[in-house]
Write a protein that binds this ligand. Sequence first.
Ligand code: ATP
Ligand code: MG
Length: 393
Amino acid sequence: MKEIILIKYGEIILKGGNRPRFEKILIQNIANSIRNIAQTRITIAQATIYIEVEDEDKLDIVCERLTMVFGIVTIVRARVCEKTVEAIEAAALEYCGGDLKPGVKFKVEAKRSDKKFPLNSVQLGIEVGGFLDEAIPGLVVDVHNPEVTVQVEVRDREAFVYCRENRIKGQGGMPIGTGGKATLLLSGGIDSPVAGHMIAKRGIEIDAVNFFSFPYTSERAKEKVIELASILARYTSKVNLYIVPFTDIQLAIRDNCPEEHMTLIMRRFMMKIAERLAIRNKSQALITGESAGQVASQTLAALNVTNAVVQMPVLRPLIGMDKTEIIERSQEIDTFETSILPYEDCCTVFTPKHPTTQPKLSMIEKSESHLDADRLIDEAIDGIECIEIYPKL
Ligand code: ATP
Ligand code: MG
């Protein structure tokens, strides 16, 4: 008998007239994520996506990939059977029997979208429940607190049976490609990959930009950023990574500006360059991993100074999160182990001992007025290296 994967998706259902477009993009993203694993047939009906996998040995790995596709709420493997009560009962016993041990509290929940099926949902649930209760001695029917719920779905052509407890949680969110594009300032740290993931989750495609200070930061630091981008690409299918040479700007700042303003002036250059790049690449927002009060350059006063150089919205999804919460997220999305590798970041090399925490915009503008900002920015942009990053699986 055949096994199939059923996918339930969430918010898309609320999209009214746009729903078919969102569904089409989700199906395309699903197909892309599993294309190189197995031959599959993907269909959609009544707010469920069905994936038939030709080589059923590949079901596990297909499910694993699906856990990284935004827009999916749950994934479950199910037994396909004929639409008769007998076939459904036999399938339930065979497919869920392993979980239905003597003493286990269980219930059967049935749904039917085919209203011509001879039993209604309640009758079918009672019928299949009674059958299992008799077939497996010692089971306990408990409709309020079941340990195992046998789910039966009677659809247009076939019926499906599975244990609800075997459902796997998906990423949720919206399919990539439904929400435009944003440019992530991706450092080698813990925060920015998490910020990128959170925005991508809303269906937004991600370009990444990294400011790189060769030779003050090593080739291995660059490898680390590439690795982080390739983990992010698991969720977005591809990330364009722009590596911006930043050393000349940092040296100019170090040599010409007050030490306590160095970090903020550097951050303003990063934002300006990122915005230029974003406009060029048709991104509609910038993303940073800033969190209120985390470091001197992330006080509200400092954020105002940084923000003042750009017009584009700056998305800061971590703004209200504690470091421990951010670390948990980074572990969930699998960037943590890479983020904590000990290679220096461009900022750690040029960090002042006493950075200002309550900067005034006018003072920072005065401090940076000695720099030939336009020339420095043009030169940095001319030196950009673009790397297309594909998922690290
Ligand atoms: P992270 O853990 O992401 O490195 P952080 O706590 O170290 O963040 P900062 O170094 O102040 O914070 O940087 C704040 C944000 O600025 C980062 O989250 C990132 O979005 C951006 N940023 C910092 N350094 C770089 C860099 N070298 N290249 C690209 N973006 C950067
Ligand atoms: Mg950093």
